[in-house]
Design a binder for this molecule. Structure first.
Ligand SMILES: *Cc1c(COP(=O)(O)O)cnc(C)c1O
Length: 233
C-alpha cells in the first residue's frame, strides 16, 4: 500500500511530461484514480496522497465504498457500463457518469433525476474502434443521439469517453483517441451540448491520450497495482 503514494507521484510526473510535449499547460488534465477491485483502505491511502477523483465501474461496489468514504469529499466517476435498473443507485453517488451509451439509459437516468429534481452530468461513451466486445455507441450514432438529447431534460452532456482496443498498446492507441477528439469537435456545433471533457487514456495509454487532447484520464493499475478484490456486480 505504501507504493500508492509513489505510484501516484510517478503517474503525475508522466502526465506532466506528456502535457509539456503536447504544448499544453500544467494542470490541464484531471486524474481519475480507478479504484475498482481495491479496498477502502487502499482508497484512503490514495486520498491521503492527494487523489480527488475516484473511478469505479460497478454500481454496487462503488456504492458500498462511497458510503464508507462520504466524508472524504472526493468526486465519484462511474466509468463502467450501466444497466438501466441500476440508474437509481448510480445517481446516489456518481458525480459524473462516463458511460452513457444508449437512449434507453438516457431515458432511465432522466426519469429518475426528474423525480429527484436534479440534473445528471454525463459523458457519451463511443466505441471508436467498433470492436464488438466493447460498450459505447458507434461513431455514426453519436451526432443523431446528441441532436435528440434535449428530450431528456435533466441530462447534461459534458463530453465524450472512449477506450482504445486492447491490442492498440501505448502510442498505437493514438488514432482512436484522435477520432474521439474529432467527434467532439463535430459535436460542439449541437445546441445544448457541452464538450468540456474528453475522457480517454488508461494505465497503458494515457500519454498517447494526452497528446491527442484528453483532459480526463482514468488510471487504475499504475496507481493501485493489480486488482485484488473479487468483482461484484
Ligand atoms: C478499469 C478501467 C480503467 C482503468 O484501467 P487500468 O488499465 O487499470 O488503468 C479505465 N477505464 C475503464 C472504463 C475501466 O473499466
Amino acid at each position: 500500500m505504501s507504493n500508492i503514494k509513489e505510484n501516484l507521484a510517478t503517474v503525475q510526473a508522466k502526465i506532466g511530461s506528456a502535457l509539456r510535449v503536447a504544448g499544453r499547460p500544467p494542470g490541464d488534465v484531471t486524474l481519475v484514480a480507478v479504484s475498482k477491485g481495491h479496498s477502502v483502505d487502499e482508497i484512503r491511502a490514495a486520498l491521503a496522497a492527494g487523489v480527488r477523483h475516484l473511478g469505479e465501474n460497478r454500481v454496487q461496489e462503488a456504492h458500498q465504498k462511497w458510503e464508507q468514504l462520504r466524508e472524504s469529499g472526493a468526486s465519484w466517476h462511474l466509468i463502467g457500463s450501466l444497466q438501466t435498473n441500476k440508474a437509481r443507485d448510480a445517481l446516489e453517488f456518481a458525480d459524473l457518469i462516463h458511460s452513457l451509451d444508449r437512449p434507453e439509459l438516457a431515458a432511465a437516468l432522466d426519469a429518475r433525476a426528474q423525480r429527484l429534481g436534479r440534473t445528471v452530468a454525463c459523458l457519451v461513451e463511443v466505441n471508436v474502434s467498433s470492436e464488438a466486445s466493447k460498450h459505447g455507441m458507434r461513431p455514426d450514432e453519436l451526432l443523431p443521439f446528441l441532436r435528440a438529447a434535449g428530450r431528456w431534460g435533466t441530462l447534461r452532456v459534458q463530453g465524450l469517453m472512449t477506450m482504445a482496443p486492447l491490442a492498440a498498446e501505448g502510442m498505437a492507441a493514438r488514432p482512436y483517441f484522435r477520432r474521439l477528439r474529432e467527434l467532439a469537435e463535430a459535436a460542439r456545433e449541437i445546441p445544448g451540448v457541452e464538450m468540456k471533457w474528453l475522457s480517454m487514456g488508461m494505465s497503458g495509454d494515457f500519454e498517447a491520450a494526452i497528446l491527442e487532447g484528453a483532459n480526463l484520464v482514468r488510471i487504475g493499475t499504475a496507481i493501485f497495482g493489480p486488482r485484488n478484490l473479487p468483482m461484484t456486480q
